[in-house]
Design a protein around this ligand. Structure first.
Ligand code: KG4
Ligand code: ZN
Length: 336
């Protein structure tokens, strides 16, 4: 079975042709240059760039095989961008007379590790991306228990803003790059929620502490990036360790989402998992950050699980928690 996956929820335009469990073609166009001068993703520019770029990416996939199923991100994300990919997918499914699946972007992130490694259900997952910071138990398809989420900003957003405050491109990978040459203990930044019993995440306090220091003094960028990266990571580790200290219902832990591309964070979680004798998994970098293989793969898992195709009148959703009842079917969720 060939599945064409389309992703357009933020600033990456992507298309993938998945044949059974093999990626036959996967093309990603990063719009980072289009948004650079604005210091962040501009929704309208993103939507226009998807209109501009997606057809060629899709065409490239179609040259490798005719899809039996079309899947596209239906949310959550920047609504105008989601609309672009979703409508192209619907049009293709009508033209080719094949089923269409509207896929939850977050489900793509948390299931795609199973494409490259065999990870049985249930497993714990920490999803760290530009929009989300969530600890969940993945019990099976459509059974995602939320264990902890952020009280304010996401981890990725905090990395982006800190990079921007330091005069770097507003992206987490800039922090990682400069941190490589820095001293992680040079700056004393507050570890969020330290000493609190509940399991949760928070990044707004850390972001404000960074703002105060950066506004008041000249900082050494390498040392500052290294210190920030250490503190943000310690926070993620502290909260996740609360879960590991409880009776574990699984031996498998997955780190995924764009921030999971960070090698320092990956190594830190690998060590934490070793301490608790858990198997550590994280997808290859190109499947951590936004991509279309995860959309095609989530569709494949849904089909294998016997979930029927979506109705063609489904609407794009800017917010779409994985615990939403529409997740069960991905069927009808219209304005009617
Ligand atoms: O999953 P993703 O590509 O898009 C969303 O679904 O949001 O995640 C994007 C986030 C951005 O905030 C980006 O700065 C962050 O992932 N990110 C990183 C790294 N690579 C991407 N953060 C820290 N270190 C990295 N190497
Ligand atoms: Zn994402």
């Amino acid at each position: 079975m060939n599945i064409l996956g389309i992703e357009s929820s933020c600033d990456d335009s992507a298309a993938c042709l998945l044949s059974h469990r093999t990626i036959v073609e996967h093309v990603i166009y990063s719009q980072i240059q289009e948004h650079k001068e604005f210091g962040g993703v501009v929704p309208q520019i993103a939507a226009r760039a998807h209109v501009d770029r997606l057809p060629a990416l899709i065409e490239k996939c179609l040259h490798k095989g005719i899809p039996d199923v079309i899947a596209a991100t239906a949310g959550p994300g920047l609504i105008a961008g989601v609309m672009v990919g979703l409508n192209m997918a619907k049009a293709l499914s009508i033209a080719l007379n094949v089923p269409f699946y509207g896929i939850n972007h977050l489900e793509g992130h948390i299931l795609v590790p199973r494409l490259t490694t065999s990870i049985p259900f249930p497993y714990y997952v920490l999803l760290v991306s530009g929009g989300h910071t969530q600890l969940m138990t993945v019990k099976g398809i459509s059974h995602y228990d939320l264990l902890a989420t952020t009280l304010d900003d996401s981890c990725g957003e905090c990395f982006d803003k800190v990079a921007k405050m330091l005069g770097l491109s507003p992206h987490g990978k800039e922090i990682e790059k400069y941190a490589q040459e820095g001293d992680p203990y040079a700056y004393d930044l507050p570890i969020p929620l330290k000493g609190r019993v509940e399991m949760a995440f928070s990044f707004s306090g850390l972001k404000n502490a960074v703002r105060t220091i950066v506004m008041d003094s000249m900082v050494n960028v390498n040392n500052f990036c290294a210190s920030f990266q250490r503190v943000a990571t310690e926070h993620l580790l502290n909260q996740t360790e609360k879960l590991f200290k409880k009776n574990s219902i699984t031996k498998d832990f997955v780190l995924c989402g764009g921030v999971a591309a960070n090698q320092y964070i990956k190594n830190s979680f690998n060590q934490l998992c070793e301490k608790y004798e858990l198997n550590f998994h994280t997808p290859p970098i190109q499947l951590c950050t936004d991509n279309a293989a995860m959309i095609a793969y989530a569709c494949l898992e849904r089909i294998e699980h016997g979930i029927p195709a979506s109705d063609l009148d489904i609407i794009p959703k800017s917010r779409w928690p994985l615990q939403d009842e529409h997740m069960k079917s991905c069927g009808k969720f219209t304005t009617k």
